[in-house]
Write a protein that binds this ligand. Structure first.
Ligand SMILES: Nc1nc2c(c(=O)[nH]1)N[C@@H](CN(C=O)c1ccc(C(=O)N[C@@H](CCC(=O)O)C(=O)O)cc1)CN2
Length: 295
């Protein structure tokens, strides 16, 4: 029987687990606060940002909601980030990706105060993660670790295959899987568009994490019986019945082989949002110098 790992349930548990900490911090005068900056008119990005605000509201995290027209000169975005960096009431800053072509993404990530970089994308935070001393684990890979733990999947000694090498998911995911920590200690292979025989690698895996951004590319015949399959892909595709969300995994055929699998939607996506709240509470707790339990 294949276990369907329900990301909405696990994300709800994470949000519930943050409540006491948020209350403690708020009572002590430090209400955790997340600022989002949206500078594109992609409807999916608008949905993700509004869901993040709704999640914050549910648990008592304050928010700032900044929307900039995609044509806005880059300088204005940097001024906005500078203001948020300097604002003592803001603990987390998230600039929603992607950014318009005229804005240099790397420069934007570098301009965010690393202590408020709740995405974990600033080079200082990337370096700390790689060195095994993470301040903020990037939300999607951290969420995948929590999903694996919730499904009692042992990573230690497992053969893990990450398909995709993005800075947001593939690379940090692989780094977390090789750390000498809980949720790590996996023998990890990173595959990508130049990997010669992808199916050979995925068939040898105990855990496959699909994050290539290619709709339904991982099929059941690329998996061995009993593999744990985590689908990070969120692709909107057109069908005869209209548009629908599909992952990077061909769910129906993969489910036949997997011992556990995440659906799309309702798998990794809600965890990305939950771990953003987690990082925001961590940031507020660091600022207030009050230790709170994080789930
Ligand atoms: N600054 C960032 N930008 C982006 C990130 C990120 O981590 N930081 N990741 C992705 C998108 N993303 C976060 O913003 C994200 C994607 C999907 C979901 C989600 O909840 N998905 C739902 C379905 C939602 C829907 O109905 O469309 C699900 O999978 O169930 C949350 C966040 C790129 N940009």
């Amino acid at each position: 029987m294949t276990e369907i790992i329900d990301g909405n349930d696990v994300a709800q548990d994470i949000r519930n687990g943050l409540l006491d900490g948020i209350e403690t911090l708020t009572d002590a005068g430090t209400t955790p606060c997340l600022a989002t900056v949206l500078m594109n008119d992609d409807p999916a990005s608008e949905t993700y940002v509004s869901m993040k605000h709704k999640d914050c509201e549910e648990v008592g995290i304050a928010t700032r909601d900044i929307e900039l027209d995609p044509e806005t000169p880059a300088e204005e975005l940097f001024d906005t980030i500078d203001e948020l960096n300097a604002d003592p009431e803001v603990h987390g800053i998230l600039v929603q990706m992607p950014l318009p072509d005229h804005v240099d993404e790397r420069e934007v990530l570098r301009s965010i105060d690393p202590a408020k970089d709740v995405d974990g994308f600033h080079p200082e935070n990337v370096g700390r993660l790689v060195a095994g001393n993470a301040r903020y684990k990037p939300c999607t890979p951290h969420g995948v670790q929590k999903l694996l733990a919730a499904a009692d999947v042992e990573t230690e000694g497992a053969e893990a295959v990450v398909v995709g090498r993005s800075n947001i998911v593939g690379k940090p995911m692989a780094n977390l899987l090789i750390q000498k920590d809980e949720g790590g200690n996996a023998t990890t292979t990173v595959c990508h568009s130049r990997t010669e025989d992808l199916a050979e690698k995925t068939r040898a895996a105990d855990i496959v994490i699909a994050a290539a951004g290619v709709p339904e590319m991982i099929t059941g015949e690329m998996l061995s019986e009993g593999t744990v399959v985590i689908d990070v892909g969120i692709n909107r595709v057109e069908t005869d019945e209209g548009s629908e969300l599909v992952g990077d995994v061909d769910y129906d055929s993969a489910k036949e082989k997997a011992s556990a699998i995440t659906p799309v939607p309702g798998g990794v996506g809600p965890m990305t949002r939950a771990m953003l709240l987690w990082n925001t509470v961590k940031s507020a707790s660091d600022v207030a110098e009050i230790d709170v339990d994080l789930p």
